[in-house]
Design a protein around this ligand. Structure first.
Ligand SMILES: Cc1ncc(COP(=O)(O)O)c(C=O)c1O
Length: 401
């Protein structure tokens, strides 16, 4: 695969504003996605699924095509398993508040989840009285399946874990975790926001009940996410939003809800975002998820190699890049994470993320204030890594302890 030509497909890269190493937050977009979004606004900027005129039909067809693409891309049996959401957060909330959890039911997570996979459960703990437990990570933040098993019993109704951690980059073997959850009669939801952009995800193979993802992290438009659910699992979830588009017939006395997935998509949708989603999936498919995985892994290991002797540098998570999915988190002795990030930007336009990365419990429990996070994706190249390492070396030498 020619990754130089991939890079050239991204207008932000062509404009050369610096070194973008913040793809775990949001990815850049290739021309084809931007064209698909602007094509909607230019050529058929109308509502789908309601009117029967030809422009509306065009939108309806394209919405259906995106769902079909999601099903083929993620190896799912049915396009009806895919619900459009704003992001992973909305997808997780849809399941959390629609699942019907009751007092005494337990939800199990890990100790390193994003706030999006804690706050809904904390809220349900306080409002409904559910129990919350989490597995403890082993050394360096690596998932510990024995610790996970020790949290399981028959009160557990839902396991909710992220497949790829957004701080340490560590992955969770979701298929094995799903098997354990099923042994206890529980269901499983996976937060795939950091995994789906970087690895091949196959819903049939992993056999999870729900999978949440952010399309804006996988080359798609801002404000687009997807909730996958097995059809029978989605059938048992109560919708979160009520109104037009999610119903069959409504009378003054009664409402007949639409079948899945429409039941979860009340009101007019983000049609440009949905159409752009298909373009993003097509782009990823053309490059190939295996090629992307290999490219990301090579760049990450180059990043570890070039930075290993930097003064006062401490890696957060495993020091072995092969255990991490596209993410390096670190601190420099004597410097705050935001200071490092701002200096990197001012020295050579290096864009990284700093702070707690919405993983507050992870940092609070370790009594640290956060980290700097550099993340790579398919449009990055070795030169980006060299510029990052060189700027970071200067920061550490001149300002570190
Ligand atoms: C692991 C993880 N889960 C959930 C989220 C939330 O994603 P979004 O803001 O798109 O809802 C993120 C975002 O960075 C994340 O990294």
């Amino acid at each position: 695969m020619d990754f130089d030509s991939v890079r050239n497909d991204f207008p932000t890269m062509r404009a050369d504003p610096g070194v973008y190493l913040d793809s775990s937050c949001q990815s850049l977009r290739p021309d084809s996605v931007i064209d698909a979004v602007t094509g909607y606004y230019r050529d058929f900027p109308v509502c789908g699924g309601r009117s029967v005129h030809h422009l509306a039909n065009e939108v309806s067809i394209r919405v259906d095509e995106t769902r079909e693409k999601l099903a083929s891309f993620f190896g799912a049996d049915s396009a009806n398993s895919f619900v459009f959401t704003k992001n992973t957060t909305e997808a997780i909330n849809t399941v959390a508040f629609g699942f019907g959890l009751k007092k005494g039911d337990t939800v199990v997570t890990t100790d390193s989840e994003h706030n999006s996979n804690y706050v809904p459960w904390l809220t349900l703990r306080d409002s409904v009285g559910i129990g919350m437990r989490h597995s403890e990570s082993g050394k360096d933040g690596v998932f510990d399946i024995e610790s996970f098993k020790s949290q399981m019993d028959r009160s557990v109704k839902l396991v909710s874990v992220s497949q790829c951690n957004n701080v340490t980059g560590c992955t969770v073997p979701v298929k094995a975790v799903a098997e354990i959850a099923y042994d206890y009669g529980a269901m499983i939801m996976v937060d795939g926001s950091q995994a789906a952009p970087h690895m091949k995800v196959d819903m049939k193979d992993s056999d999870v009940d729900f999978y949440a993802m952010s399309i804006h992290k996988m080359l798609g438009p801002s404000g687009m996410g997807v909730l996958y659910g097995k059809e029978d699992a989605l059938e048992n979830i109560r919708p979160r939003l009520y109104g037009g588009g999610m119903v069959g017939l409504v009378t003054y006395d009664d409402v007949d809800f639409a079948p899945i997935p429409d039941r979860f998509e009340a009101g007019l949708q983000d049609y440009a975002g949905i159409i752009g989603t298909k373009a993003a999936l097509e782009y990823l498919e053309n490059v190939g998820m295996e090629n992307i995985m290999k490219h990301d892994a090579e760049l990450l290991s180059y990043m570890f190699e070039l930075t290993k002797d930097i003064k006062g540098m401490h890696i957060v998570g495993p020091e072995d890049p092969s255990k991490r999915c596209s993410i390096m988190s670190f601190n420099i002795d004597g410097l705050g994470a935001h200071d490092v990030a701002m200096m990197l930007d001012s020295i050579d336009g290096i864009m990284v993320r700093s702070g707690m990365h919405c993983a507050h419990p992870f940092f609070v429990s370790r009594k640290t204030e956060g980290s700097v996070r550099a993340s790579v994706y398919l449009y990055n190249n070795r030169k980006d890594i060299e510029r990052f390492a060189s700027a970071l070396g200067k920061v550490a030498e001149q300002f570190g302890e």
